[in-house]
Design a protein around this ligand. Structure first.
Ligand SMILES: [Zn+2]
Length: 256
C-alpha cells in the first residue's frame, strides 16, 4: 500500500492496480485529516456509533470532495455481518447488506470497517466490481464464495482473470477469538498458544479467493493491521468498541 496526502487526508492505494486494472479506482481512507474528536479522531465515517453527526457529515463531505466522488454516486450497505449481496446501479444505502456488486461506471462502492476486511473483486474483462465487508461471521458464512456465485452465474466473470484486493484489517497476531468462534475455520487460519486462539482472517479471505479460482498473483493485500496501526486506523478490538470507522472505496472509472 502506498500513501498520498490530500487536504490533510492520508489515503492508501495499490500501485499494482495501475497495471492490472488501470480503470479501477480504489482508495483506503485512513483516520487522518477529519473533524471528529477522540475517540473518533479524526476522519470517522461511521454514523450511529456515538460520534457527533455533524462531524461525520463534514468528514464525508471533505473526503468525497477530496477524492472526486460526488456523494450521490456512493453506494453503501448498512452492514450486519451477514452474507446478503445486492446488485446496485445507483448511490444510496442498502439495508442489511454486506456485499455490493455493480457494472455501473463511476458508481463508488464503499465498505466501512474497523478490523473487518474490506474485500474487492474486479473483473477487468467483464467490467464488474464487487465490494464485500468480511468479518468473522460473514467470512465463516461464506460471503466470498457467495459473491463469486453471483459474479460467475450472473456476470459470467472468469475468476482466473479476476483481481481481488483486501484492504486493512486486523492481523492474525492481534485477533484473539474464543474456541467456539475459532471452530469451523480451517486449521491454517487458527493459531492456538497457551489456550488462546488467534484467527488470521486475511489468510482465510485469501484461501476463499483461491478456492474460488482467483490466481495467487492477482490477490493483493494492504499489509496493514488496523489494530497494530493506531496512527492510521480505527480498531474496534484495540479501542474496546468505542472507535470510528473508515471506508475503503472503489469505482470503475473510464478506460484510460
Ligand atoms: Zn495486528
Amino acid at each position: 500500500m502506498h500513501w498520498t496526502e490530500k487536504n490533510g487526508l492520508k489515503l492508501g492505494g495499490f500501485a499494482s492496480l495501475g497495471i492490472l486494472a488501470p480503470e479501477l479506482a480504489l482508495v483506503f481512507c485512513s483516520r487522518a485529516g477529519g473533524f471528529s474528536e477522540p475517540p473518533f479522531d479524526s476522519l470517522n465515517l461511521g454514523e450511529g456509533i456515538g460520534d457527533d453527526p455533524e462531524a461525520v457529515r463534514l468528514n464525508r463531505a471533505k473526503l468525497l470532495d477530496s477524492i472526486g466522488f460526488p456523494p450521490e454516486s456512493v453506494a453503501r450497505g448498512r452492514q450486519v455481518h451477514g452474507t446478503r449481496i445486492e446488485t446496485v446501479d445507483s448511490g444510496g444505502l442498502c439495508d442489511g447488506t454486506d456485499g455490493l456488486i455493480t457494472t455501473r461506471r463511476g458508481l463508488a462502492l464503499a465498505i466501512s470497517t474497523a478490523d473487518c476486511y474490506p474485500v474487492f473483486i474486479y473483473s477487468p474483462t467483464e467490467k464488474v466490481l464487487a465490494a464485500l465487508h468480511v468479518g468473522r461471521n460473514g467470512a465463516k458464512a461464506g460471503i466470498i464464495g457467495k459473491a463469486f456465485g453471483i459474479l460467475y452465474g450472473t456476470h459470467h466473470i472468469d475468476p482466473y482473470t479476476a483481481i481481488a484486493v483486501a484492504g486493512p484489517g486486523i492481523c492474525g497476531d492481534c485477533y484473539t477469538v474464543s474456541g467456539g468462534d475459532a471452530a469451523g475455520f480451517p486449521p491454517e487460519t487458527i493459531r492456538t498458544e497457551d489456550g488462546a486462539h488467534r484467527l488470521d482472517l486475511l489468510r482465510f479471505c485469501e484461501l476463499e479467493l483461491l478456492k474460488a479460482g482467483v490466481r495467487r498473483e492477482n490477490i493483493k493485500s494492504a499489509g496493514l493491521c488496523t489494530s497494530c496501526s493506531a496512527d492510521l486506523c480505527f480498531s474496534y478490538r484495540r479501542d474496546g468498541g468505542r472507535t470510528g470507522r473508515h471506508w475503503t472505496i472503489a469505482a470503475i472509472g473510464p478506460s484510460p
